[in-house]
Design a protein around this ligand. Sequence first.
Ligand code: SF4
Length: 226
Amino acid sequence: MVINEIFYSLQGEGFLAGVPSAFIRLAGCPLRCKWCDTKYAWDKEAGRHHSIPEIARIVQQTQSKFVVITGGEPMINPDLPKLVKKLKDLNKHITLETAGIAYIPEMPCDLMSISPKLSNSTPADPKLVEIHENFRLDLAVLRELIDNYKYQLKFVVDSEDDLSEIQQTVEKIGSVNLEKVMLMPQAATRDEYLAKSPMVADMCKKSGFTFCQRLQILLWDNQRGT
Ligand code: SF4
């Protein structure tokens, strides 16, 4: 598999924020979101080839029980089920971070962390818009993921106007447990994160959705490898 990076840090986002975790970042994502903070992992060859036993060995060195498989977009990698199985055989707790654009059944994953993309993610470059919009929101896939995995739904908020789109998206997916919906500020830097957080907090109070921290930005200003 092409691995962009493996590192040990704290989970920054979601209901497991703060839990020390080993991160495996897979290479490749077709979405090209405007504000993506891992552009260095977009290309499917952006990294080094590792066998699954090699990946498992590096993860074991961290001695972390919690493993986060992220990207890029892990769900488009055909070897993902084998990697998940190998890590589960090592008794790891596995979170899979995905934009929810592809469904793979029956993986022994402990938490599917789904971040469906809103229209605020559409790239400025007209050449990228079509592919982005084709992949961005697949309601059938999102439905399969929430029906078949333990999940959380994280939406990236750029402005107050995003709330109605989030509520409509949740309604369109259907049967979403509202306690699992989280809103997180769109921010590339600590200053931006702190500036947008009060707005997102107010949106959470208004809607009942949960505020999603981004500890990697707050603590380390979004440095790579955190
Ligand atoms: S889906 Fe995630 S990794 Fe892919 S471009 Fe969007 S923010 Fe970046």
